[in-house]
Design a protein around this ligand. Structure first.
Ligand SMILES: C[S@@+](CC[C@H](N)C(=O)[O-])C[C@H]1O[C@@H](n2cnc3c(N)ncnc32)[C@H](O)[C@@H]1O
Length: 277
């Protein structure tokens, strides 16, 4: 342990020094050997990135929800830090993938919950959540076959479009990745986040990990739309951490005519359910 723990700290188990490091507005995304087990999923988190978030926003024993649990990375990170990970995903195939990862780590049923369900309507089955961390499917980006999105860079350990031949998550109409318009995507995300607000304990935090992206070839400031959406539900915006992914390939999208950005980071957009006592 580096530094001193302040007994007034009700948020996490970190010392002052450890706390300060994690308040930087950028982090460099970090891979580890255990990430590989998730690569049958098109867009998994990296375990170390999520461990940092969980270590900042919870104490040991607390309950962490991911309403788009996919391959179960949030569950693995929570377990590594002695928290309980609770996940929901539409897709049974991803629950099985997560359980395979969990059992390899020696996790037993008491160590996690994984519900196959629809987070636009099923989150009332869950209660008493201390932190939410999640990454929604990006509109219909996995179905977008523009150059660069579907290259398999899984060997590099970075989420970068589809992997191992998996092109998109499901054919379900309430899959956020299947929406025809960006507006429909935001409407479904709102339904999920309204329920998240209800089951999150007072004064606790929620982090949404998402990058800006293009819709119909037009750059969209997704971050700003998500902040507006979350504020309209009642969440307080508390700052964005830029998660750098500096070894993704660069594509000459606009060259030599116009500026077209290469997204080399995710935004970790953080919110608090602020309830004054
Ligand atoms: C970006 S991925 C999350 C990946 C996850 N963070 C991981 O580490 O594997 C988004 C997930 O949301 C799921 N999903 C999409 N719509 C959903 C919905 N309405 N309810 C629950 N899960 C949904 C997809 O099946 C997909 O696995």
């Amino acid at each position: 342990m580096e530094g001193k723990y302040d007994p007034r700290n009700k948020l996490n188990d970190l010392t002052g020094k450890e706390w300060l490091k994690l308040t930087k507005s950028f982090w460099v995304s970090e891979k580890c050997a255990d990430d590989k087990a998730a690569f049958a999923h098109p867009a998994p988190f990296l375990i170390k990135d999520i461990e940092k978030l969980i270590s900042f926003f919870t104490k040991k024993g607390m309950r962490v929800l991911d309403p788009f649990m996919g391959s179960g990375t949030t569950g693995v990170a929570a377990y590594n830090l002695e928290r309980v990970g609770i996940g929901v995903d539409l897709n049974e195939k991803y629950r099985l993938l997560a359980i395979e990862r969990y059992s390899k780590k020696g996790m037993i049923e008491d160590d996690y919950e994984y519900i196959v369900g629809d987070s636009t309507k099923d989150l009332h089955l869950i209660s008493n959540i201390d932190y939410i961390v999640t990454s929604p499917p990006y509109h219909n980006i996995l179905k977008n076959n523009s150059k660069g999105l579907r290259n398999d860079n899984s060997h590099k350990g970075y989420r970068n479009g589809s992997r191992l031949g998996v092109e998109y998550y499901s054919d379900c109409p309430s899959d956020l990745g299947n929406q025809d318009t960006y507006g429909d995507f935001l409407n479904l995300l709102r339904l999920v986040m309204e329920q998240c607000y209800l089951i999150l304990n007072d004064n606790k935090y929620c982090s949404i990990v998402i990058s800006d992206f293009t819709v119909d070839k037009k750059e969209v400031c997704v971050q700003s739309d998500i902040v507006s959406l979350m504020e309209s539900i009642g969440f307080e915006f508390v700052g964005t951490i830029v998660l750098l992914q500096d070894n993704k390939p660069l594509y000459p999208f606009g060259y030599p005519f116009a500026f077209k950005i290469n997204h080399m980071h995710q935004n970790i957009i953080n919110f608090r359910k602020r309830v004054l006592v």
